[in-house]
Write a protein that binds this ligand. Structure first.
Ligand code: OAD
Length: 278
């Protein structure tokens, strides 16, 4: 609606009026639903509502390290569906790439394991995959590292054998952060560095996340008051609900609609469209 588009205009004005303005994106599964990848917590369409077929004791068990140790099958089933290579980036991913090309991208923190930021051509120093990815694999017992082809092969093994460590027989798992595991240390160190650098020239855009999973969910509350925050999400979530700031910009709607409208208001629609069509 016109009212919602005014929020996008506010974000665009901030960027257009300040040549030094740069964006930090904090994103989640909602920016990839347009690619055909379900999110986790949306009622009916979300993964956690559709895990019944995996016969899990509780939905989040699919990402639980203790459960995985006992029964890796549900994660294998899910991994087959989510494995990178099966999907194309969304408009929102492509818009983040345009921000990079225009020199206006400070950083992307993503909770997603679909690696669509990489597919969209975002440079690796500008993306922090907070919940890891399928790219690196290791033995959950001895830590020995394995190439991703090793897990990929086991995943498509119809006999149902799981990838096991050659030295200790432990299970091999992609370095996706499960419940009960730590986030990569690189996530914490980069966020600390960015907190030092962020100032009134920055805007942090939070998009497509329920802000339900910590520590990622606490990032918005750690943003200094001098730094503008924006939310692009179907609902108001997290700190935008709990501790709203007067300067917050909240767009309630689809991140795809927001991406196109933001590109239009920034005068970047041609760039966005050529990436979408490529
Ligand atoms: P959730 O499924 O919890 O939240 C997705 C959010 O995006 C919800 O608030 C949706 O309403 C919103 N949304 C969906 N489609 C949208 C669209 N087209 N435009 C705008 N908003 C949309 O997903 P995350 O917050 O990413 O952990 O979940 C966080 C973590 O929980 C994930 O990283 C995952 C999971 O356990 C791992 O994969 C290890």
């Amino acid at each position: 609606s016109a009212d919602q588009f005014k929020k996008i205009e506010k974000i665009a004005n901030f960027i257009n009026s300040n040549p030094k303005a740069k964006v930090v994106f904090l994103v989640g599964a909602g920016i990839s639903t347009a690619c055909g990848i379900p999110d986790f917590r949306s009622p009916e369409t979300g993964l956690y509502d559709n895990l019944a077929k995996l016969k899990l004791p509780f939905a989040e068990a699919v990402f639980d390290i203790d459960y995985f140790r006992e029964n890796p099958q549900p994660f294998y089933t899910l991994a087959k569906e989510l494995y990178p290579g099966n999907y194309e980036p969304s408009k929102f991913h492509h818009l983040m790439r345009v921000f990079q090309d225009k020199g206006r991208l400070h950083r992307i923190y993503t909770q997603n394991i679909d690696t669509l930021e990489r597919s969209a051509g975002i440079r690796s120093n500008l993306v922090v995959e907070a919940h890891g990815s399928f790219a690196h694999n290791h033995c959950i017992d001895c830590g020995m590292e394995y190439p991703h082809e090793f897990f990929k092969q086991a995943m498509s093994n119809t006999a149902g054998a799981f990838a096991r460590c050659k030295s200790c027989e432990g299970l091999i798992k992609p370095k996706i952060v499960f419940f009960g595991e730590n986030l990569p240390s690189h996530f914490f160190s980069t966020w600390d560095e960015d907190l030092e650098q962020l100032n009134e020239n920055h805007i942090v855009i939070v998009a497509g996340t329920s802000l339900a999973v910590y520590p990622f969910a606490s990032l918005p509350s750690e943003i200094p008051k001098s730094v503008r925050r924006a939310l692009v999400n179907l609902q108001k979530v997290g700190d935008f609900l709990a501790s709203p700031r007067k300067s917050d910009i909240i767009f309630n709607g689809s991140s795809e609609v927001a991406a196109e409208e933001l590109a239009r208001k920034l005068g970047w629609l041609d760039e966005l469209e050529s990436l979408v069509e490529a």
